[in-house]
Design a protein around this ligand. Structure first.
Ligand code: GDP
Ligand code: MG
Length: 297
């Protein structure tokens, strides 16, 4: 099930009918199923309760049909996401993005996609492999550099990540790159070690000027509530300025985008909708909600 299927259920009144029965009446049973679905899909208690309360309050009044319910659901969800609709603008050069997140969240993939987005706009892009623990991680980034026509700084394995990041930004300043994307490790002995390392990388590049210009947290939406927990933790450690939510194409826990936005109000810059190089979408609240409620099939 994907996040699109969640909204299909809501629109169909939890039936398997092919035609969306927008004129079907909203019943208590519908509201119970809706509440259960929102909670199970990780929309979070706050957003879920707001929706259910608003529907209950207006039931029999302005809310009689599923179409009416959809109108209220849309407005509440739109309100939550509009707060975090703040696109990323690469305003000056070099613009340095420190990419953080746990192992498997999609950091390296997202860096590849972003690199491609900017090289296509004729920007020069430097990738920095500061995930130095595994040789495979460096090779993976190298592959993305090739595919996106970006340059890459790669260390010999086991070099201090903070030193690699520093060298990368230093080179970017000297060679006047437009954009720098720093890839980091996502797994260390403990979560505390991991946070200490990203803090250290951040400190080290700040010695070269007002860097990083963005701390971009990559979150895997398929892990639901855990993505929210990670967001809190990284935000406390390194002050996250933007989020990319990945794998929204393949999760029944995609409601987490609402829970994270409601609680942390950190800008969502992009969403990941697949593994391929062009599967990254700039995030706009209205387009996103429309794609859920009125998918083009
Ligand atoms: N379906 C889907 N898979 C993704 C997306 N982003 C990344 N992945 C996959 O998630 C896995 C881990 O990605 P990777 O970039 O290596 O994560 P990292 O450890 O954070 O660098 C890979 O198999 C990617 O292809 C996405 O938006 N959708
Ligand atoms: Mg990686």
């Amino acid at each position: 099930m994907s996040i699109f299927d969640i909204f299909k259920k809501i629109k169909s009144g939890f039936s398997d009918e092919k035609v969306m029965p927008a004129d079907k009446p909203v019943t208590q049973n519908y509201l119970d199923q809706l509440e259960e679905l929102l909670i199970a899909s990780d929309f979070g208690v706050s957003v879920s309760q707001r929706i259910i309360e608003e529907l209950n309050k207006n039931l029999g009044g302005s809310v009689r049909t599923i179409r009416d319910a959809e109108f209220i659901i849309r407005n509440i969800l739109l309100g939550v996401l509009e707060v975090v609709e703040k696109p990323l603008y690469v305003k000056f050069k070099p613009f340095v993005i420190l990419v953080v997140g746990i192992n498997g969240s999609g950091k390296t993939t997202t860096i590849g996609k972003l690199a491609s987005l900017y090289t296509e706009r004729a920007k020069s892009v430097l990738l920095v492999a500061a995930d130095t623990f595994r040789a495979a991680a460096i090779e993976q980034l190298e592959e993305w550099a090739l595919n996106s026509s970006a340059d890459i700084i790669k260390p010999t394995p086991k070099t201090d990540p903070a030193a690699v990041a520093y060298d990368g930004v230093h080179k970017a300043i000297a060679k006047e790159y437009d954009l720098v994307l720093i890839d980091t490790a996502g797994r260390l002995h403990t979560q505390k070690h991991l946070m200490e390392e990203v803090k250290k990388i951040k400190r080290s590049i700040s010695k070269l000027g007002n860097y990083p210009n963005e701390v971009l947290l990559i979150l895997d939406s398929t892990i639901g509530q855990n993505a929210l927990i990670q967001a809190r933790e990284f935000n406390n450690a390194v002050n996250v300025s933007g989020i990319v939510l990945t794998k929204l194409d393949s999760t029944s826990k995609g409601g987490i985008i609402f829970a994270i936005s409601e609680e942390l109000k950190i800008p969502i810059r992009y969403i990941g909708m697949g593994e391929k190089i062009d599967d990254l979408r700039a995030f706009t609240a209205r387009d996103f909600i429309e794609s859920l409620l009125n998918p083009v099939v």
